[in-house]
Every structure is written in C-alpha cells, then in structure tokens.
Write a new protein. Structure first.
Length: 466
C-alpha cells in the first residue's frame, strides 16, 4: 500500500512558534499525513518537564518527535533580547545534523521550516526535498522585514532618536498609519550594522526556493497586507488562528484526544477555578508572553496602575520575566487578595476563552493576539519587541480592537486605559471585537478562508510528493 507523505516540521525553538507549529502538525496528522516534529534538546527537555505533549502525541500513530542540539550552553538564557544568539547558533551548528536527519530513517517527502532557519532551505534544495516556509509572527511584521531594503534605499532607515512620530512611507500599503515607532524596535538603533537589521534584511531570499508560505492568520484580518505580500510571494496559505483551527477540526471529528498543554513553564490551573468565581467579563488578564522582561520600575507602574483602576485582574508573572529583585512586595499584594490573582504561567487559551475575562493587557505577541481576537477580548497593548510594535499599532489604528500603549509605562495612563477597556469604552469596543471574532470563527468553518487554505495546503503537499 502507498505510504502517505511524511512531513518534517522544524519550528523556531521558542514558545510562541512552538505553539503554532504543534497545532499545524496535529492538523496535518488529522488529515492523514505522517509527521516528524523536530525540537532542540533544550525545548524537548522543558516540554517533558512541564507539558503533557507526549501523552497527546502517542494518540497519533503517525506523529513522532526527533531532537537536535541548539549549540548553546545549557545555562544560556534563550529569552529576552538573546534570540539572535540562538538563531546564529542554529545557523552555524545545525546544518550537518539537519542534513543527516533528512537522509536517515523513514524517508522525508516534504519539509515545513521556519523561514528564519534559512539553512534548512539550502539543505532541502540540495537534496531535492520540497520545502514550505512557515512564519508564526504577524504578516504585518514579515511585510516590514520584506520592505527593509526599500526603507534603506529611501533613506528612511537608519534613524536615531529624534521624532518617533515621523510617518514612514517605504512599506507599501502601510503609508497611512506606519510611524517610526511602529517599526520593529531594533530599527531605532540608528545603525545599519545592527545585527537584527542585518539579519532580517535577507528575509525574502527564501521565497523562490519555497513551495509556498504558510501564515498563522486569516484573510479577513490581514487582507490589505496579504495583498501586498502576494505581489512577491504568490503562494500564501493563511490557515489561522491555528489554535482554534485545531479545536474546530477535533470537534468536527468528535476526537477523544486528551486536553493538551505544550507549555515550557508549569501551568498553574488554579487560576481557572478563581475565574469561575468572578462575574462575567470582570477580569483583566495580564500577560507579557514568553520572552519579554520588565524592570522593577515598570513592574511597579503596572502594579499601581492596575490597583488604582479598581478592576479585578489575573496576572502572569513568569519566573524569569523580571530583572533582578523585581517582585511585588507582599504587603502590596495582600491588599488586593480579593480581586487579584497572580500565577507563574497560565493556561492562556482557556483563560482568554473564560467568560469572566473582559480585557487583556498584553505584550502583543502574535499568538496572544490571535487567541484574544478569536475570543473577542479587547486588548491594551504594551509591545516589547520585534513584531509587537506593529501588532499593537494595528490593534488600535486599523482593527479598533483596543489601545496601543507603546513606549509608555506610567501608572496613570495604565489606569486610564484599563478603565477604558473594562468600563468606559467597553460597549464601543465590544462591537468591533465581536465582529472580528465572528470573522475568525467563520474563516474556520467549512468553506471559510482558513478552512479552504488548509485543504489546499494538504492537497499541494500530496501533489508535490507524488
Ligand atoms: C514573541 C512574539 O512577539 C511572537 O509574535 C513571535 O512570533 C515570537 O516571539 P511570545 O512572547 O512567545 O512571542 O508571545 P506569543 O506569540 O504571544 O506566544 C506566547 C504563547 O504562550 C501564547 O500562545 C500563549 O497562549 C502562551 N502563554 C503565555 C501561555 O500558555 N501561558 C501564559 O501564561 C502566557
């Protein structure tokens, strides 16, 4: 009997990309493809410690995990701004191992790799295996990366200091709302030799070598940007929001698969019980994702802003999210025991889907935003880096799904924004968030845009390997 295509998926070894690509892997598995999911040893060990991924994966006979080293010492932080060191280590140390892997064991018929891992395109092309590019950051940011050469050519980059509200014209389709401050934060360095600028300038070179570009978004959300992107990258599959897409497919299949966590930190599920006892849409959920780091002053501004707003809150304080001695003093947290709950890591998808949650103070990471959009939860955005700067701009300016608090960390502003989202402008926001949530859901139902793009992706993988 003919074997189904065997797809190797190689994601960026970070929480956000991992969440999205694991869901993609399951979706492909559900449609009968065989999957090998490639993790770094570091991520694999953390998943084993904190998640139930292995139990889940064992329910698929055609899903297996393989691992390779990332080349960094075990005590490397791999968080905050050190992500380029991780990419560089992967680029220089993993290609021979990756090649070996593709050429050993059950033959691989197709690769899906994050475009940041450019060497995977060299290796796959060299040995003649079709490769698809998957990106888990926002399409808007990817489009800015694609446009970096334009920005340099038009001398809009570099800039240093000065007026961050100057409008940027060199990213087509974004002329109306893009300011310097909305560009990825590394653009502010004033130096074209900045390692991030140098790194991301090469973003488009893999396009001609890839069979297509897979994005975690839905057409209705990103239509203008996608239309620009298709001018240089015609074969795009928009199949998000991936977390909800998987849920929809499992529900349609009445799948008995166990609930699933792919967290790199221990989830504290007690917050769900706490949420159960809170009134409808009364809780502000606060989380800055898996990489952002706040300093002591920022932490205190958020704390006072939150407390002064008088709202209930659920706050994720990752064990490694604050610099040095930055913790909320016990005497302060005691005062809000009744209306505040703090955890080290939350089951975020479930939290955002909980009826007690009425707002989200977020760093605007792309997964967090899609999760919030799908559940119709309005956002206050405090971006930290990379795609988060443009994501937060879109939230306020284009999509009207909340407020952008970029470059501001002041208790009175925080308090005012929280009151706006939770009380004063709640009704006005709820119209747009409900509308977008409905569009997201519709895109996943039979005949919807993301549903159809996934069908097409599966078909194209099958045709490529025939
Ligand atoms: C950052 C980004 O900004 C992202 O856009 C980029 O693609 C990778 O780098 P991150 O900080 O991980 O990513 O943010 P995000 O993309 O929002 O991913 C965080 C994930 O962790 C989300 O899926 C969220 O549900 C999950 N999470 C977060 C939890 O499960 N529990 C938590 O307590 C916090």
């Amino acid at each position: 009997m003919e074997q189904p295509p065997h797809v190797l998926i190689f994601p960026l070894p970070m929480q956000g990309p991992l969440n999205a690509t694991l869901k993609l892997a399951e979706l492909l598995c559900l449609s009968g493809l065989h999957i090998t999911f490639l993790l770094t040893d570091h991520i694999h060990a953390r998943l084993l410690r904190h998640s139930n991924i292995l139990t889940r994966i064992q329910s698929y006979p055609s899903f297996r995990i393989r691992t390779i080293p990332d080349g960094l010492p075990e005590n490397h932080p791999r968080g905050g701004d050190s992500y380029l060191e991780l990419f560089e280590s992967l680029r220089t140390k993993t290609p021979p191992l990756f090649k070996q892997l593709l050429q050993s064991g059950t033959p691989i018929s197709c690769v899906i790799a994050d475009g940041v891992l450019g060497f995977t395109f060299d290796v796959a092309n060299e040995i003649g295996i079709p490769i698809f590019d998957v990106r888990t950051l926002s399409p808007a940011c990817l489009w800015i990366f694609f446009s970096l050469p334009n920005l340099i050519h038009s001398r809009e980059l570099p800039f240093e200091g000065g007026d961050l509200d100057v409008m940027v014209k060199g990213v087509s389709g974004m002329e109306r709302y893009l300011r310097r401050r909305d560009l990825p934060s590394f653009c502010r360095s004033g130096d074209l030799d900045n390692p991030s600028i140098r790194f991301y300038q090469t973003e488009t070179i893999h396009n001609p070598r890839a069979c297509g570009l897979i994005l975690n978004t839905f057409e209705e959300l990103d239509a203008p940007i996608l239309s620009e992107m298709r001018s240089i990258c015609p074969n795009i599959y928009t199949i998000g929001p991936l977390h909800a897409h998987l849920k929809a497919k499992l529900a349609a299949a009445s799948s008995p698969l166990p609930a699933f966590s792919n967290s790199l930190w221990e989830e504290d599920r007690s917050c769900l019980t706490w949420l159960d006892s809170q009134p409808l849409k009364s809780v502000l959920y606060v989380s800055f994702g898996s990489l952002a780091i706040v300093n002591k002053d920022q932490l205190m501004e958020f704390w006072h802003g939150l407390v002064n707003s008088g709202q209930r809150f659920l706050w994720v304080m990752r064990p490694d999210s604050a610099v040095g001695e930055s913790r909320i003093p016990v005497e302060l947290s005691q005062g809000t025991k009744e209306r505040g709950y703090i955890v080290g890591w939350a089951p975020q998808e479930e939290v955002l889907a909980h009826p007690a949650v009425g707002g989200f103070l977020t760093h605007s990471g792309w997964n967090s935003m899609l999760e919030s959009i799908h559940e119709g939860v309005p956002m206050i955005c405090w971006p930290y880096f990379v795609d988060q700067q443009i994501n937060s701009r879109l939230v306020e300016e284009e999509w009207k799904l909340g407020f952008d608090m970029k470059d501001i960390c002041d208790r009175s502003v925080i308090e005012e924004r929280i009151r706006n989202v939770m009380e004063k402008r709640k009704d006005e926001l709820s119209k747009s968030v409900d509308h977008m949530a409905n569009l997201a859901k519709r895109s996943l139902s039979e005949g919807g845009s993301s549903y159809s793009h996934l069908e097409r992706l599966i078909q194209d993988i099958k045709t490529r390997v025939d």
